[in-house]
Design a protein. Structure first.
Length: 208
């Protein structure tokens, strides 16, 4: 993390206030757009002054970068908890796919911000680094599956790109869009249907 606030030891109240700014900004950016949303809009929504905002974040751009970094960290933490609960490289791969897809489809506001961030060079580099980390995480389990003889020889990094691509594409349609002033989402049955399809495609694909 690069913000000044992260280099300080925040009080519980400070952490709560910073989290409130992050949460409110995430919602406003997703619903109203990043560029139309000002720092004044954010501090007014949270009920603090601009000085408080700049205590935690040097700029609005830094705030969005922090939202993206926190999201990648939370996604990886969620995946790791699911992966740690099972044994065997293919079981770990499946657990990671399930956790990744479930997390993505239950965070439509983050999907919208990620889609926007890819269009802006200012933020794309941070996303690219995050994607490289996710690919490396997936490749580790694919490499273990190759070594165990569970799947055919292949480039684990290339396979990881394909696995993550399938997971991402099945997670994004109809989610993270704004219609009628509200963020679109899908219901639990649709989430599970997409997860099962993603798992089938990934496991069938890597097994060959």
């Amino acid at each position: 993390m690069s913000t000044t606030a992260d280099e300080r030891k925040l009080t519980p109240r400070g952490r709560d206030r910073r989290q409130s700014l992050l949460a409110y900004a995430t919602k406003r950016f997703a619903e109203n757009g990043y560029h139309p949303t000002s720092v004044a809009d954010i501090v007014d929504g949270v009920g603090v002054g601009k000085g408080v905002f700049y205590w935690y974040f040097p700029s609005k751009d830094d705030l969005l970068r922090e939202i993206l970094r926190d999201s990648i960290y939370d996604l990886r933490k969620t995946q790791q908890a699911s992966i740690d609960a099972v044994d065997g490289p293919l079981d770990k791969l499946e657990a990671g796919v399930r956790a990744s897809m479930a997390w993505s489809m239950t965070h439509p506001e983050i999907l919208r911000l990620v889609a926007f961030a890819w269009t802006e060079q200012t933020f794309a580099d941070a996303l690219r680094r995050g994607e490289q980390i996710l690919v490396a995480d997936t490749a580790k389990h694919l490499r273990a599956a190759i070594d165990a003889g569970d799947i055919a020889e292949g480039d684990p990094e290339l396979l990881a790109v394909a696995v993550n691509g399938i997971s991402r594409q099945l997670s994004t349609p109809d989610t993270g869009q704004v219609k009628g002033g509200a963020m679109t989402s899908i219901d639990e049955a649709q989430i599970q249907e997409r997860i099962e399809l993603g798992v089938r495609m990934v496991l069938h694909g890597v097994r060959g």
